[in-house]
Write a protein that binds this ligand. Structure first.
Ligand SMILES: Nc1nc2c(c(=O)[nH]1)N[C@H]1C(S)=C(S)[C@@H](COP(=O)(O)OP(=O)(O)OC[C@H]3O[C@@H](n4cnc5c(=O)[nH]c(N)nc54)[C@H](O)[C@@H]3O)O[C@H]1N2
Ligand SMILES: Nc1nc2c(c(=O)[nH]1)N[C@H]1C(S)=C(S)[C@@H](COP(=O)(O)OP(=O)(O)OC[C@H]3O[C@@H](n4cnc5c(=O)[nH]c(N)nc54)[C@H](O)[C@@H]3O)O[C@H]1N2
Ligand code: SF4
Ligand SMILES: [Mo]
Length: 677
C-alpha cells in the first residue's frame, strides 16, 4: 500500500489528502491529511470519494478522430499533427483571431500557463479564457477597480478571529463544506452570522439574521445598508479619510436607498434592512463571504462594487478577521486566472495591452505577441455562432452543459470548422468534437494548484494514466513545439521555473520549497519571501481603496404571466458541475441520481404537484423534464434546479444575457413555466 499526499480535485477550499494505492497501481481509497492547515484531518463527501472516478471504465484511453461522422481511435502522432495542422490552417486563412482556446480550472498552474503560451505564442491570439468567465469574472473586474486585486483578501484562518460573518450568495456548507464548517465554528464561539440568500440554506438556520430578498436585488440591499450606516454614524471615518477616495460620490449615490424604497425592491421588511446595517457596522471585525449569488447576474460587477464599498466604509479591510472574501469555486480557478488563462492578461495579471510586458514575454518565448486583448469565453460562443470563430481547442471544460442556453451553444460548436477537446471522459462537448485527446487526471500527474486563499499547493502523481492517456502539460508541450515555440520541459517543476521568472507574484514559488512542506500564499515575490496571508494591509494594491457608486438595475428576464416562476440554478453538495466525475463515482451518484427541481409546497398545491412527480419546465429557450422536490428551502414563486444533469439540463432553460463589463451570464435569474408531464 502506498500513500501519496495530494490536493483535492474538487473545490477551491484546497483540502489535502493521501491517495492510497496498491501494488497493482490501482487507487483503493483516501486518507485525510491530519496536519494540513486547511483540512485539519477532515474532508467532505466529495473529498472522501475523490478516487472513485479515476479507474472508471469510461475513461478516455486513446486519441480519437472523426471519420465519416464517427469518432475512431487513432495514434497520438496523427491526432497531434491534425490538431496543429487544422488550427494553423484556420489561422492562416482567416487570421489568428478566428481561433479560441478554452483552458481549465481543473488542471494545474503549469498546464494553464502552457495553454496561454500556446494561444499567444503558438497561434498569435489572445483569445483564451476559461470557466472563471462563468464564475468570478465579475469579482475580478469589480475588485481590481476598487482595490487593485481580484483575489480573496484574507485567509481561511481569519474565521477564527472574526466577530461577524456576512454570507451573501454563497451556499457555503454544501459548496465549500470545510469553509462552511469554519463559519459554523465561528458562530459557535460567539461570532455573529448574517445570511442573505432567498433560499433557506443550512447556514441560514444558524444565522442571527436571514435576509430572504428577491434574487437580483443585492445592489439595493447593500446600498440600503450603507445609507443606514451613514445615518447612524457607524462608518469608520478614520479609514475613509486615510485609505480611500471618492467617498463623496458614494454618499450622494445612496440618498435614494431609504428603507422603504429598498423594501419595495427586495421584498424585505424595513426593519430587516436596518437590523442588517447595525449588526454589520457594530461588529469590530467582519468577513464578507460571497460566491455565485452575487456574481452571476447582468449586474454582477455592480454587486461586487457594492460589497467592496460596504467593507471600505466600515474599515473592514487589511486586518485579520475582516475582508472581502470571494470563495473561488474550482480546485484551480484561482490558479488558472493567476496563470493568465484570460483574454487581457498574462500570468500575474500583467496586461497584454502594456508594451513592456509584451516585450518581456516576447523575449522569453522568442515570438512576437499579439497586442489586442482577446475574446471572453461567452463572447466566443456568440462569435462561433456568427461564424467569426472557426476553430476551438477546449481543455477540461464542458460548455455544452455549463454555458447558458444549450441550444445556442450546440449551434455555435457545430458551426465550427474544427473542434478539438482534451478531457478525461467522453463529455457532451467531446461528442461534438472532430478530435478528442485523452488526458491524465489529477491523480496521474504532478503539478501545483492555487486555492481560494491564494495558497499554492502540490498535486502528486499516485498512479499511471489509463491506456495511452497523457498529462495535459505533455500534450500542450508537444503542440507548442510543433508551433516552433521553445517548450522542452521534462517535468512540471521546470515549467514552474519559467512561471516564477516571468510572474512577480509567483517569483518565490519553487518545487523545492513546496517539497519541504511549505505552502505559499501569493504574493510571494522572492525565494526568501514567506508569502502573504492578508492583502491590502497598509494600503490597497492600487494605493487608495476606491468607492465606486452603483445604481440598482433589475435582472434581464423576470417572471410574467406566460412564464410565472423565477428559475434559480446552482449546485448540490454531492455533484460537481456537469457531472463528468461525480456521476461516475457510485456512492455520490447513489445519493442524488436524478435531475430535480426544488418547489415550494404552496406552489405545488396550487398546481396539484406531489413529491417526485415529473414536471415539464419551460423557458423562452427550451424545455426539460425533472422530478419535483417539495421544500420550503425555496420561497414561493421560485424554483431551484441544480445544473449537473445532462438528462434534465438546467442550461437548456437559462438566459444567455451577459453582464456588459465582465461577460458573465445571468445564471441566477430567468423566467420559467411549470407543468405536469
Ligand atoms: N458540491 C459542489 N461544490 C461546488 C461546486 C459544485 O458543482 N458542486 N462548484 C464549485 C464552483 S465552480 C463554484 S463557483 C462554487 C459555487 O458556490 P455557491 O455560489 O455557494 O453555489 P450556488 O449553488 O451556485 O449558489 C449559491 C447561492 O446563491 C443564492 N442566490 C441566487 N441568486 C441570488 C441573488 O441574487 N442574491 C443572493 N444574495 N443570493 C442568490 C442561491 O440561492 C444559492 O443558495 O461551488 C464550488 N463548489
Ligand atoms: N445554470 C448554471 N450554469 C452554470 C453555473 C450555475 O451556477 N448555474 N455555474 C458556472 C460555474 S461557476 C462554473 S465554474 C462552470 C463550470 O463549467 P465547466 O468547467 O465546463 O464544468 P466541469 O464539469 O467542471 O468541467 C470540467 C471538465 O474537465 C474534465 N477534467 C477533469 N480533470 C481533468 C484533467 O485533469 N484534464 C483534462 N483535460 N480534463 C479534465 C472533466 O471531465 C470535465 O469535463 O459552470 C457554470 N455553469
Ligand atoms: S471541501 Fe472542497 S477541497 Fe475540501 S474535501 Fe470537500 S471538495 Fe475537496
Ligand atoms: Mo465556478
Amino acid at each position: 500500500m502506498r500513500a501519496t499526499l495530494t490536493t483535492c480535485p474538487y473545490c477551491g477550499t484546497g483540502c489535502n489528502f493521501y491517495l492510497l494505492s496498491d501494488d497493482k497501481g490501482r487507487l483503493t481509497g483516501i486518507e485525510p491529511a491530519g496536519k494540513h492547515s486547511t483540512s485539519r484531518g477532515q474532508l467532505c463527501l466529495k473529498g472522501w470519494n475523490a478516487h472513485a472516478f479515476v479507474h472508471h471504465p469510461e475513461r478516455l484511453t486513446t486519441p480519437q478522430i472523426r471519420i465519416d461522422g464517427r469518432l475512431q481511435s487513432c495514434s497520438w502522432e496523427q491526432a497531434l499533427a491534425e490538431t496543429h495542422m487544422q488550427l494553423k490552417r484556420i489561422a492562416e486563412n482567416h487570421g489568428p483571431d478566428s481561433l479560441m482556446f478554452l483552458s481549465s480550472a481543473k488542471v494545474s498552474n503549469e498546464e494553464n500557463f502552457l495553454m496561454m503560451k500556446l494561444a499567444r505564442a503558438g497561434f498569435g491570439t489572445n483569445n483564451i479564457d476559461h470557466c472563471a468567465r462563468l464564475c468570478h469574472s465579475s469579482t475580478v473586474t469589480g475588485l481590481v477597480e476598487t482595490l487593485g486585486s481580484g483575489a480573496m483578501t484574507n485567509s481561511l484562518s481569519c474565521f477564527n478571529q472574526t466577530d461577524l460573518v456576512f454570507v451573501i450568495g454563497s451556499n457555503t456548507t454544501e459548496q465549500h463544506p470545510l469553509i462552511g464548517s469554519r463559519i459554523l465554528q465561528a458562530q459557535q464561539r460567539g461570532a455573529g452570522l448574517i445570511v442573505a440568500d432567498s433560499r433557506k440554506i443550512q447556514l441560514a438556520e444558524h444565522a442571527n439574521l436571514h435576509l430572504r430578498h428577491h434574487n437580483g436585488t443585492d445592489v439595493a440591499l447593500i446600498n440600503g445598508m450603507m445609507r443606514q450606516i451613514l445615518l447612524d454614524g457607524l462608518e469608520d471615518r478614520n479609514f475613509i479619510d486615510k485609505r480611500t477616495e471618492n467617498f463623496a460620490a458614494l454618499r450622494d449615490s445612496l440618498e435614494a436607498f431609504t428603507p422603504q424604497y429598498v423594501a419595495g425592491i427586495t421584498g424585505l421588511k424595513e426593519h430587516e434592512i436596518t437590523a442588517a446595517a447595525r449588526l454589520y457596522a457594530q461588529a469590530e471585525k467582519v468577513m464578507i463571504v460571497f460566491a455565485m449569488g452575487i456574481t452571476q447576474h447582468t449586474h454582477g460587477v455592480d454587486n461586487v462594487r457594492a460589497l467592496s464599498n460596504l467593507a471600505l466604509m466600515t474599515g473592514n479591510l487589511g486586518r485579520p478577521g475582516t475582508g472581502i472574501n470571494p470563495l473561488r469555486g474550482q480546485n484551480n480557478v484561482q490558479g488558472a486566472c493567476d496563470m493568465g488563462a484570460l483574454p487581457d492578461v498574462y500570468s500575474g495579471y500583467q496586461r497584454v495591452a502594456d508594451a513592456r510586458t509584451r516585450l518581456k514575454f516576447s523575449a522569453a518565448w522568442k515570438k512576437s505577441l499579439p497586442e489586442k486583448p482577446g475574446l471572453m469565453a461567452t463572447h466566443a460562443i456568440e462569435a462561433a455562432a456568427a461564424g467569426q470563430i472557426r476553430g476551438m481547442l477546449i481543455m477540461g471544460e464542458n460548455p455544452m452543459l455549463s454555458e447558458p442556453n444549450q441550444k445556442h451553444v450546440r449551434m455555435a460548436l457545430k458551426n465550427l470548422e474544427f473542434l478539438a477537446v482534451i478531457d478525461i471522459f467522453p463529455t457532451e462537448t467531446a461528442q461534438l468534437a472532430d478530435l478528442v485527446l485523452p488526458a491524465a487526471c489529477y491523480a496521474e500527474r504532478d503539478g501545483t494548484y492555487t486555492s481560494t486563499e491564494r495558497r499554492i499547493q502540490r498535486g502528486r502523481k499516485a498512479v499511471a494514466p489509463p491506456g495511452a492517456a497523457r498529462a495535459d502539460w505533455q500534450i500542450l508541450g508537444d503542440l507548442l513545439r510543433r508551433c516552433g515555440v521553445p517548450a522542452d520541459y521534462s517535468s512540471p517543476a521546470e515549467i514552474m521555473e519559467e512561471i516564477a521568472r516571468l510572474t512577480p507574484s509567483y517569483g518565490g514559488a519553487t518545487y523545492a520549497r513546496l517539497e519541504q512542506g511549505e505552502s505559499l500564499q501569493w504574493p510571494c515575490p522572492e525565494p526568501e519571501h514567506p508569502g502573504t496571508a492578508i492583502l491590502h494591509r497598509d494600503q490597497c494594491t492600487r494605493g487608495k481603496g476606491r468607492f465606486s457608486p452603483t445604481r440598482y438595475r433589475p435582472p434581464q428576464e423576470l417572471p410574467d404571466e406566460h412564464y410565472p416562476f423565477l428559475l434559480n440554478t446552482g449546485r448540490t453538495a454531492v455533484h460537481w458541475h456537469t457531472g463528468s466525475m461525480t456521476r461516475r463515482s457510485h456512492l455520490l451518484e447513489r445519493e442524488e441520481p436524478q435531475a430535480y427541481t426544488e418547489i415550494h409546497p404552496q406552489d405545488a398545491q396550487k398546481l396539484n404537484i406531489s413529491e417526485r412527480q415529473m414536471l415539464r419546465i419551460s423557458s423562452r429557450r427550451g424545455t426539460i423534464e425533472v422530478s419535483a422536490r417539495l421544500t420550503e428551502r425555496v420561497p414561493p414563486g421560485q424554483i431551484f434546479i441544480p445544473f449537473h444533469y445532462a438528462e434534465g439540463a438546467a442550461n437548456v432553460l437559462t438566459n444567455n444575457a451577459l453582464d456588459p463589463e465582465s461577460g458573465i451570464p445571468e445564471f441566477k435569474v430567468c423566467a420559467v413555466r411549470v407543468e405536469l408531464c
